[in-house]
Design a protein around this ligand. Structure first.
Ligand code: ADP
Length: 192
């Protein structure tokens, strides 16, 4: 199994690049944001637990997220590997992910970090909000809360993977293909 964490702030292009990674490497995509939106749409208990946090741009509590990821990994345990998108977003989630993968005798191969300046992020999110139907993309205040949550709680996750020597930094500004080429180079190193 080759398991990848795709890391970066809201609007960094994780979803776009995930699609390309899935097409090329056949990995199973686990996007916690997508999973929550699905639960919300279906009105499940989990969706109800997540809703107020998501509506305000805050992170959903760790135990709710970790339980959902555990279930998803179990459901797809025969996949050739996973690409985690929007997860882990706190150090507690990163520690839990290591433990979950260890149960399946596997681990994270690398963490790809997409770097994008804050002004560019805000521009992209507001632009996406025009067509995505996502309320959290249409309001500048909510976008600011999400970026603050990222800076306060998620940036330390990069340090966690730096200590494990698993971090690979990619410039997230440029053409979609050019960025994907850099990501591919990083992933290919783990198929040698
Ligand atoms: P983006 O990266 O564009 O902000 P996502 O689709 O990844 O958006 O997430 C949308 C919302 O879902 C987040 O603002 C947060 O409320 C919730 N969420 C998603 N993933 C996590 C996570 N790993 N931990 C906590 N909350 C999460």
């Amino acid at each position: 199994m080759v398991n990848i964490v795709l890391f970066g702030p809201p609007g960094a292009g994780k979803g776009t690049q995930s699609e390309k990674i899935i097409a090329k490497y056949g990995l199973k995509h686990i996007s916690t944001g997508d999973l929550f939106r699905k639960h919300l749409g279906e009105g499940t208990d989990l969706g109800k637990k997540a809703q107020s946090f998501m509506d305000n741009g805050k992170l959903v509590p760790d135990e709710v997220v970790i339980g959902m990821v555990d279930e998803t990994i179990n459901e797809f345990k025969t996949a050739p590997g996973f690409i985690f998108d929007g997860f882990p977003r706190t150090v507690a989630q990163a520690e839990a992910l290591d433990a979950l993968l260890a149960k399946h005798e596997t681990s994270i191969a690398c963490m790809i970090m997409l770097n994008v300046p804050e002004e560019e992020l805000k521009k992209r999110l507001l632009e996406r909000g025009k067509t995505s139907g996502r309320a959290d993309d249409q309001n500048e205040e909510k976008i600011n809360v999400r970026i603050q949550e990222y800076l306060n709680k998620t940036v330390p996750v990069a340090e966690f993977y730096t200590h494990q020597n698993k971090i690979c930094k990619v410039n997230g500004v440029g053409s979609i293909e050019g960025i994907f080429d850099q990501i591919s180079l990083a992933i290919d190193g783990h198929y040698a």
